[in-house]
Design a protein around this ligand. Structure first.
Ligand code: G3P
Length: 217
């Protein structure tokens, strides 16, 4: 499963990228707002750091303006994926931009039928929002499973990009059900390294290192 960093935090992206933990980056208007920076500037800086796809979201809701915005975003770098919402106009923009050779990430997906439409419109990525479905007592991971089955049934090559990931269990479950990509805040990716038994075991080893005065350097 590929890891995308769901952030515009440049330091966090650099740290994860240096570790080989980042295969791409996703942003959205809320993430850009949090960065406090101009969308074009911050997106360009991210594209200079990361080789993989960098999603930048349109601001319009009508197809023509989304297409114009998408064309401008696509000029930032070769690895831009234009993010459009899963609306009828968003699907029109997806089709046009995909036909022009631009990667498109269709976002705000909450049903398998929406994902089916996005694949037929040529999306490179579909972004089902796991956490927000869990928030309303639905099963976000079940949606990923359903989309996996449908895409495999018909050999769609649209990649399932599990989004709205809130915790490490979401990461594990997304990998188990076959999501192609999971996009997560850097804190969640870092938390995957944590285990209480690792910490306890290390404490015991450190005590013995001290007691026996074990030195390597
Ligand atoms: O990838 C989409 C993500 O940024 C949304 O996450 O936690 O706001 O539902 P969240």
């Amino acid at each position: 499963m590929k890891f995308f960093a769901d952030t515009a935090d440049i330091d966090a992206i650099k740290e994860l990228n240096d570790l080989g933990m980042v295969d791409g980056v996703t942003t959205n208007p809320s993430i850009i707002k949090k960065s406090g920076r101009d969308i074009i500037d911050v997106t360009k800086e991210i594209c200079d750091i990361v080789d993989g796809p960098v999603s930048a979201e349109v601001t319009a809701i009508d197809a023509d303006t989304m297409i114009a915005e998408g064309r401008k975003l696509a000029k930032i770098a070769d690895n831009i994926a234009v993010k459009v919402p899963l609306t009828w106009d968003g699907l029109k923009a997806c089709k046009t931009l995909s036909d022009e050779g631009t990667m498109v990430n269709v976002t705000l997906c909450f049903s398998a039928n929406q994902a089916l439409l996005a694949a037929k419109a040529g999306a490179t990525f579909i972004s089902p929002f796991i956490g927000r479905l869990d928030d309303i007592n639905l099963d976000g991971m079940e949606l990923i499973e359903d989309i996996r089955t449908i895409y495999d049934n018909y050999m769609f090559d649209t990649q399932i990009l599990a989004a709205s990931i809130r915790n490490v269990n979401h990461m594990k479950d997304a990998a188990l059900v076959g999501a192609d990509v999971a996009t997560a805040p850097p804190s969640v990716i870092q938390a995957m390294a944590k285990h209480v038994l690792t910490d306890n075991g290390l404490d015991a080893f450190l005590a013995d290192i001290k007691a026996a005065d074990i030195k390597i350097l």
